[in-house]
Design a protein around this ligand. Structure first.
Ligand code: ADP
Ligand code: MG
Length: 680
């Protein structure tokens, strides 16, 4: 009997050549094949009568071959085989392109289930190169549910079927199941071996759904168990105690009164920092919800208790801007602020480094430069990572490592529903800023096409006339993309169209110092229009800017567009956002319309999730979690909640999972796949 660790080379029909192709799909052993799930299924059990086929599409048709397949050679190396099939409702011509063997198997008078694409053209329809399976007279279930696997050139579905078949045969009878039996019973889930068989060889649509549900639950349950364990493990650590938790002077120094959500988040942070355990908290809030001062509160708490705080921003512009707003605020409280970025002069850096090492710098704001080896903190007690998705988890960990288990606050502007955040960031505590500061008007948003170009240019002019400022965002242009406008070119064009306006350009290839100079000049209203690539996507705050125009908006993700839009609507002026690209097809138009309809980042994220699929949205880089292979965090939300509750429950009674060896091994394996420092 073959074993799962055997190479697929020993499967009949798989030689060294095919094996090399399988290798491209990371399939070396039978176990690999078993764990390669179909990406889709073709339901050939749903038979469509010929008369009911009106549109192009894939169909399963149960029909009898009516005419002898006839072969014609249209030109060298090109053959066509034609015949006609019929069922009780009508008849249909079949054409095979270049597959004489498939056609040669057909017998006149024999019934088959055909599966393939029907091309409809006016009143004529044609079934093109279908697959066929003979129907035996006594079969009541013709057709099957056929798994469709991911492939690579040179491999066919038949090859995949062959190896998964062999793999299923190698599954031993005592296949261990990581899911405890009580859970399987409670949620009505098939056991592991049955589910695997059904995933690869479903007998019915129900079979397939049940199997998938089980796989999803398993994946989420393992994830939740692992996250919960990490969280518990960290709970056991001792944390620094910030003994002075009074924030009255901090609140008094603010130029505005904080929202309820900000107060709540700050309160949670203060109590974390006084608890004696290290804080690991995520602050999640839409753009403009005011995350910066929440982080500032943590910095103030640290400084007041004699510790340093490090505030890491993803770009130089943002770091400089944070320093500019936070320094005056914190200095009112007698707290010193220092900026550290890569583009500072050697002398400036030396001074900053010395202040950081001596402890004279109480709050240090900077970029990745903060994690360089040359940076030594005197007494680092708190770490903030702004726009956390821009940082690798490892970078965050490297910053933390510069202190002795400092309190960690990460901030994210990718809003996801709270229930989801609790799971995906299961190892973190979550504060949600679900309230925007008062007085903000929603940004009026429009999706337009090229035919509106002149009017939009006039609209830009009018906003400037009325004292506003304008961002124009262009996508990054890669070489060879001729029909897209680069920021530089677009700035030239705009300047020509509006010669009396002051146009600046900002893009990623410019030196940091230049970028910062331009950004500052724009903030000081020395420019009317800033043409930029997405370097301004994160965080930049110029309240006087009230119009954003995005060129080729169809090239951006919805959440990214929402982030961009967050750059306007920060002042009291009515703000506008205009997306070009609505003339790039229906999908583009529909996507952009979502943004016209809502200003709510949670809603946008939801739509983005359902359109892009979770794999993309929750790509590993975004949150540093193990990748989810089968679960869809939105569609499977209910199941997710159950998985989380069950994980909590089981770990409460058995924190190390000693009583569940298979579960324990699988959780371990899942979290092993990731970087070592990932959780710190
Ligand atoms: P985020 O980082 O969440 O996108 P910011 O912290 O940059 O948002 O805040 C956006 C703007 O709102 C800033 O100009 C900030 O000064 C202002 N702001 C923050 N909180 C309040 C508040 N409670 N009331 C009024 N304005 C606020
Ligand atoms: Mg921010």
């Amino acid at each position: 009997m073959p074993a799962l660790e055997d190479s697929i080379r020993f499967v009949k029909g798989v030689g060294p050549k095919k094996a090399a192709l399988f290798e491209k799909l990371h399939i070396r052993t039978l176990r690999d094949a078993l764990e390669t799930y179909p990406r889709d299924y073709e339901d050939r059990t749903k038979i469509t009568p010929i008369a009911d086929i009106a549109e192009d599409g894939k169909y399963a048709i149960r029909a009898v071959v009516g005419t002898e397949p006839k072969t014609t050679h249209i030109r060298k190396g090109m053959t066509l085989v034609k015949c006609t099939i019929f069922d009780e409702s009508g008849s249909l011509p079949v054409t095979y392109f270049n597959s004489p063997y498939a056609a040669a198997l057909l017998r006149v008078g024999q019934e088959y289930v055909f599966y393939g694409r029907v091309q409809a053209n006016g009143h004529t329809r044609m079934l093109v190169s279908p697959q066929s399976e003979k129907v035996s007279p006594d079969a009541d279930h013709p057709g099957r549910i056929v798994p469709v696997y991911p492939l690579t050139a040179g491999l066919t579905q038949r090859d995949m079927a062959r190896v998964t078949e062999a793999a299923l045969d190698a599954v031993p009878g005592d296949w261990p199941d990581p899911l405890p039996e009580v859970l399987r019973a409670r949620y009505n889930l098939p056991d592991a071996a049955d589910a695997l068989a059904a995933i690869h060889r479903p007998q019915s649509a129900q079979d397939m759904t049940d199997a998938r549900r089980r796989m999803v639950f398993e994946e989420l349950f393992l994830l939740c168990c692992g996250l919960q364990q990490l969280k518990e493990r960290r709970r056991a650590d001792t944390g620094l105690v910030f003994s002075d938790a009074s924030l009255a002077d901090f609140f008094a120094a603010l130029p505005f009164s904080p929202t309820g959500a900000q107060r709540r988040a700050i309160g949670e942070i203060a109590s974390d920092c006084a608890s004696g355990r290290p804080m690991n908290r995520l602050v999640q809030g839409d753009v403009g919800s005011g995350k910066t001062i929440v982080a500032a509160a943590l910095c103030a708490l640290a400084a007041k208790s004699g510790y340093q705080a490090a505030f890491m921003a993803p770009t130089e512009i943002l770091a400089a801007q944070h320093a500019e707003t936070l320094a005056p605020l914190l200095e009112k409280l007698g707290i010193s602020c220092t900026l550290l970025t890569g583009s500072m002069s050697a002398a400036q850096k030396r001074a900053a480094l010395a202040a950081i090492e001596s402890g004279a710098a109480q709050v240090v704001i900077g970029t990745h430069a903060l994690i360089q080896q040359s940076v030594t903190f005197h007494r680092l007690g708190a770490v903030v990572a702004d726009e956390q998705h821009r940082f690798g988890v490892a970078q965050r960990a490297a910053l933390s490592a510069k202190g002795q288990t400092p309190h960690v606050l990460v901030m994210s502007a990718t809003p996801i529903p709270r229930t989801l955040a609790l799971i995906l960031y299961g190892d973190l505590d979550v504060s949600v800023l679900d309230e925007v500061p008062p007085g903000r008007q929603p940004v009026e948003t429009y999706a337009v096409g090229e035919n509106m170009r002149k009017r939009i240019t006039a609209f830009i002019d009018k906003q400037i006339e009325q004292g506003g400022q304008v961002y124009v965002v262009c996508p990054l242009v890669e070489e060879g993309e001729m029909n897209l406008k680069s920021a530089e070119q677009h700035a030239v064009d705009l300047q020509k169209a509006l010669p009396h306006r002051r146009v600046a350009v900002l893009h990623g290839r410019m030196k940091s110092a230049d970028k910062e100079r331009i950004m500052q000049a724009f903030a000081a209203q020395e420019y009317d229009i800033l043409v930029a690539t997405t370097v301004i996507e994160v965080g930049v705050d110029v309240p006087n800017a009230n119009l954003m125009v995005v060129e080729d908006a169809d090239r951006f993700g919805l959440s990214q567009l929402h982030q961009l839009r967050g750059r306007v609507g920060r002042g009291t002026r009515q703000s506008y956002c205009i997306f070009f690209g609505a003339d790039k097809g229906q999908t583009a138009r529909e996507r952009l319309k979502i943004l016209c309809k809502t200003n709510d980042g949670f809603e946008v994220a939801r739509a983005d999730l359902s359109q892009r699929g979770p794999g993309d949205f929750f790509g590993r880089r975004q949150h540093g979690l193990p990748a989810l292979h089968v679960a869809d965090p939105i569609a499977d939300l209910a199941l997710m909640q159950s998985a989380r509750e069950e994980a909590e429950q089981i770990l409460q009674t058995d924190p190390t999972l000693a009583g569940y060896p298979e579960l324990r091994a699988r959780v371990h394996h899942m979290f092993e796949e990731r970087d070592d420092e990932a959780f710190n």
